[in-house]
Design a protein around this ligand. Structure first.
Ligand SMILES: Cc1cc2nc3c(=O)[nH]c(=O)nc-3n(C[C@H](O)[C@H](O)[C@H](O)COP(=O)(O)O)c2cc1C
Length: 288
């Protein structure tokens, strides 16, 4: 990558002639140009020249937004690439936090990445007709959706909290009673509908027959340092609409089940006591 050094005079001229950049120009002295990037009327970045006033050798940033510069990038060896990073502490003392070839390499890599992004944008534009701005908007939209989902989980209480845990863990373990023997197997179906929790199975399975003979069950699941145990009774709900909703929520089931196949079985969790445990806190009980 070719790095061209720019003189302070040339930089000033460019900034003054560029309508966008000139809006950012706060101050332009003999050896310094200060720019206001966030448009609050105060400078947040400054470029300073060497003692001859010819070449830019320092970039300073106002990280705290209080009008003082606290991060400095210096180009000590004059090759056009910053090689020294200094921080100004609360007592206005300058501390060197990194210097040397590694720092230069870091800046070169950063420069290459920025250059690659620009090349990528050209490619995106030409081949796919989308811009980096489109991509950013797309990611932003998804980030919003993710934040919304996280918020829902943070605010969830009662049966909703139990639902999100079983939904997010993806695999929980369902225990039933077979005569006087326990039986346990992995399960993954879960639906919250009208304030009730449902799971799904096939009537042909042993699990279904065990529940028909003895509805007592326990579910156990572990995720992110906490675990959930639910005990209660499983009761069949033959409502067709529920079967449709379950299959819609978990489309992979459609390969094996349909709402009218006489096999699909929806079971409601009733008389349930759900307990959340962790190594650090007290157990929390939710009954539904
Ligand atoms: C990750 C995972 C999730 C599963 N989820 C379900 C489910 O929600 N419902 C179901 O009937 N079977 C599910 N199964 C299949 C059952 O575990 C399997 O059919 C089991 O043998 C049923 O128990 P049983 O043999 O006592 O009838 C799942 C299997 C795995 C590996």
């Amino acid at each position: 990558m070719e790095i061209r050094r720019i003189s302070i005079g040339e930089a000033k001229k460019r900034i003054k002639n560029d309508p966008e950049l000139s809006k950012m120009l706060v101050k332009s002295g003999w050896r310094e140009i200060a720019l206001d990037l966030d448009g609050d009327g105060k400078a947040d970045v400054a470029f300073s020249s060497d003692s001859m006033g010819r070449k830019i050798d320092t970039i300073a940033f106002d990280l705290s937004g209080n009008g003082g510069y606290n991060l400095y990038l210096h180009d000590m060896d004059g090759n056009g690439i910053p090689d020294t990073v200094c921080l100004i502490d609360d007592n206005y003392e300058e501390k060197v936090i990194a210097f040397g070839g590694e720092v230069e390499l870091g800046f070169i890599n950063l420069g290459v990445k920025v250059a690659n992004l620009l090349v990528a944008e050209e490619h995106l534009n030409k081949e796919l007709g989308i811009s980096i701005a489109d991509l950013a908007a797309y990611f932003n939209l998804h980030a919003q959706a993710v934040l919304h989902e996280l918020e829902k989980r943070e605010n969830a209480t009662g049966i909703e909290r139990v639902y999100y845990f079983l939904n997010d863990v993806q695999t929980y373990y369902l225990a039933t009673v077979d005569g006087d023997k326990p039986r346990v197997r992995p399960f993954g179906t879960i639906l919250l509908d009208d304030g009730k929790l449902y799971i799904q199975t096939g009537k042909v399975k042993d699990v279904s027959k065990q529940i028909a003979a003895n509805p007592n069950f326990e579910i156990c699941a572990f995720m992110d340092g906490s675990w959930l145990r639910i005990s209660g009774k499983l009761v069949e709900d033959d409502n067709r609409e529920l079967k449709v909703k379950m299959l819609e929520k978990m489309p992979s089931l459609k390969a094996m089940y349909s709402a009218d196949d006489d096999n699909t079985q929806i079971l409601a969790l009733t008389e349930a006591k759900a307990t959340f445990y962790s190594f650090t806190g007290e157990p929390e009980v939710i009954e539904f």
